[in-house]
Design a protein around this ligand. Structure first.
Ligand SMILES: *[C@@H]1O[C@H](CO)[C@@H](O)[C@H](O)[C@H]1NC(C)=O
Ligand SMILES: *[C@@H]1O[C@H](CO)[C@@H](O)[C@H](O)[C@H]1NC(C)=O
Length: 337
């Protein structure tokens, strides 16, 4: 691919900015500057693969470090290991900088992207498992994870998660997703994360299933009433090409709330599926509040849907739910651009 002179110019401006910011160092009240590693498939950066850039970070890293990933489709599996926190992955857009792999068959071994460390931020990156995405590729439907987020204090801004079954494994820990696109058909946001999904696009591609669905957006995995996790969808948009449930219960105390979210007519009238919890629906915590659109019509919802009072609602939908110690503002303070 030819590099236009504009791209080259931007490249040098970018490099100059880094040199400048490194030169400034720490000054009173200024955010700490971080080192930037550039990944560029054309060879103009420090590395050609994302994993080799991560591998270059020392174990027990304790300073923010940015891996700037130039636009391109990166065909590799990427893992941030447990001992490399404070990594900021920065791409050029969720449909421009895309990491793609197609492993399948098991949730534990198929993820294209695995994040094990705490304090990870990603911005403008697409994570894709292409085994069944797009579904026109005719592979039989299998579990195929695009991203598996294990670490605590992880935030994703403007990222894309593309898959079909089990796209995003929100395993555990406190997570924030802002302006992300999450695409899939079956259980495509699943796990026991304590997460807020804000202004995200929930793209349902269940139209590729036999009979056009229904699929399941969430399979939340809160397993006891002592666990504090749950998925909160706030100001999101649910749309797509096939019928869907808002969720089915992977574990006995599954907790999901849709708040101020627009839902197109693809949502099935009953809304929720108890799955393994038939007969124990009273242990589930599924709620909707202030949602809009044809799919939000609650006149035929399962009668065990939770009714939220204002106090409970604000407990779950405020940022305090995932951050009462300031980790998010500390991250924002360190992200210069
Ligand atoms: C909600 O659905 C019921 C049953 O299908 C229907 O009678 C009612 O008009 C709908 N309400 C709105 C606001 O669309
Ligand atoms: C159904 O939705 C309406 C409009 O948002 C709301 O006022 C009402 O309380 C809801 N009913 C139940 C049973 O949740």
């Amino acid at each position: 691919m030819a590099i236009t002179s504009l791209q080259l110019l931007l490249h040098y401006i970018f490099r100059a900015c880094i040199v400048l910011s490194l030169g400034l160092g720490q000054t009173n009240g200024q955010p700490e500057t971080y080192r930037t590693i550039i990944v560029d498939q054309s060879g103009h950066g420090n590395f050609k693969t994302i994993q080799s850039a991560i591998d270059s970070i020392p174990s027990d890293n304790n300073k923010w470090i940015c891996i700037y990933i130039k636009a391109g489709e990166y065909r590799e599996r990427v893992t941030i290991p447990r001992d490399k926190p404070f990594v900021y992955l920065k791409g050029e857009g969720k449909r421009k900088t895309i990491i793609v792999w197609d492993a399948h068959g098991s949730i534990t071994t198929s993820a294209t992207f695995t994040s094990e460390a705490d304090n990870i931020v990603a911005k403008g990156i697409g994570f894709k498992n292409s085994y069944n995405n797009p579904p026109t590729n005719k592979n039989p439907v299998k579990v195929a994870v695009a991203a598996m987020i294990v670490g605590d204090k992880s935030a994703f801004y403007g990222c894309g998660f593309f898959g079909f079954q089990d796209t995003l494994w929100d395993v555990g820990g406190r997570h924030y997703f802002n302006s992300c696109t999450i695409e899939g058909a079956i259980d495509f946001i699943f796990g026991a994360g304590k997460s807020i999904y804000e202004r995200c696009s929930i793209s349902v591609i269940a139209g590729a299933l036999n009979g056009g669905g229904p699929g399941f957006i969430t399979a939340q995995a809160r397993s006891s009433k002592e666990e504090t996790n749950g998925f909160i969808f706030k100001d999101c948009n649910v749309f797509g090409n096939g019928k869907t449930y808002l969720g089915r219960a992977w574990r006995a105390h599954a907790r999901v709330i849709y708040y101020n979210t627009h839902m197109s007519n693809i949502v099935v009238p009953s809304g929720w599926d108890a799955w393994h919890s038939v007969g124990k629906e009273n242990q589930l915590f599924y709620a909707e509040y202030g949602c809009k659109g044809l799919g939000s019509n609650n006149s035929s919802r399962v009668e065990w849907e939770e009714k939220l009072d204002q106090k409970t609602l604000s407990l779950f939908t405020s940022m305090e739910f995932i951050d009462n110690e300031g980790w998010m503002s500390a991250q924002a303070f360190n992200m210069l651009a």
